[in-house]
Write a protein that binds this ligand. Sequence first.
Ligand code: XMP
Length: 512
Amino acid sequence: MYGSILVLDFGSQYTQLIARRIRELQVYSLIKPYNISISEIKKINPKGIILSGGPASVYEKQAPFCDRKVFQLGIPILGICYGLQTIVHILEGKVKKSVRQEYGRALMYIDDHHDLFFTLPAAINVWMSHADYTVKLPPGFVSMAHTRNAEYAAVASRDKKIWGVQFHPEVIHTEFGTQIISNFLFRICGCFANWELSSFVDEAISKIRKQVRDKKVIGGLSGGVDSSTLALLLQKAIGRRFKGIFVNNGLLRKGEASYVVKVFRRSFKIDLKYIDARREFLRELRDITDPEEKRKIIGHKFIEVFEKEAKKVKGVEFLAQGTLYPDVIESISFSGAPSVRIKSHHNVGGLPLNMKLKLVEPFRELFKDEVRKVAKILGLPDALVYRHPFPGPGLGVRIVGEITPRRLRILREADAIIEKVIKKEGIYRKIWQAFAVLLPLKSVGVMGDRRTYEYVIALRAVESQDGMTADWVKLSPQVLAEISARIINEVEGVNRVVYDISSKPPSTIEWE
Ligand code: XMP
């Protein structure tokens, strides 16, 4: 179908970034574990293979290696960082452990401008992140570039169709990184730029029709971009045989429920069932202050309500889920350490339902930013396409301590003011998330001649690429002043606003 690039994952934090860069160049890419079998690779029949970086050293006992027959397939290969070291090690060159790690920018001098570095300047800044380096090339390899610390910053064996770079072309800190990847795809592998999301949409629609035939599909809608796009795609594929369910859990933002219901019912003619479960959720959350307990209660309750409503719809055989590619990729971990649960996430797109429904998961091969592009193609309004992420447990994890109707009302009003000001200033799309958090503290203030004793609102605004790391936004004093003044003047019950100036890590984006 598409000429694809196969990325073999050796556990680098940048593996997904490699795949995304390739797709941005309109070439389909997929990620598989480093130890995938040769027969599976042949089945995929990629136009090129990229060996990712990874945290290991080739001399470690447990060092991960791909099957050496990968190098005999005649498919062009590019090794990145640990990927390069694997090539050198397996093909009998020599890799050495460095005493000090090279981490950060390095000036690289290009000595060979053929193929991989075609049209690049004589020297570029590249991003290094490694401890080992090549000291002896395998037979048949030549050096293509060097830095002050690395004699072999890039190498190639054109006979064997193997290239390798010590640096990371996929990260933005590497100048001309995209050009290097593009040279690999188009000059070396002979790929065509034909991975387009509009053709993805057409294909996804015909796949859904084939899978579902004349049956009904049910799916949860939250107003988030994934579930909204999913609903639109299903509506396009099977019309009103798609049954959407929107659960109002009482923890939504101001005006959100009515807006979502209006958009999907009126503009998109989706058969949407609106369930008002506000009371049920709030009843179960009464007196609960522990963040994890809150998350669990909200998650379980959601499933319970959803299942109950779903069962009422006759003749449903399928459940639509907004599973994304990062959820599908088998994760590689060599550290051996069990990962610690920081927060239990609840997602409307990912319901662990025990309803014996077959799954429809059209986004299994997409990254989040690609879903946004699909949303645009399907005509989702910008207000929903570019909406800041909102956690499944909603405002429930933005009220520190107990959730009460009054606290919810206060938080909703404060949050709406923040959104309005940020939008008016034209900075909404530059920010990953901006929202209010209600602190269960009261502090003394003065209004007119009166003493007040009211709640504190914390303003949280962060920049981020993917929510994994984040930095607080350096909002201008004027914007901060306007938000603070408006919240204190307009929201009854608040007499103090503070600004959260912590990054993630060590803090998290949400407070609970
Ligand atoms: P944290 O607070 O872990 O949040 O730094 C990272 C990103 O994830 C969002 N978030 C959630 N999203 N269900 C979701 O769908 C959840 O339970 C959930 N908890 C946090 C958060 O808003 C941020 O964008």
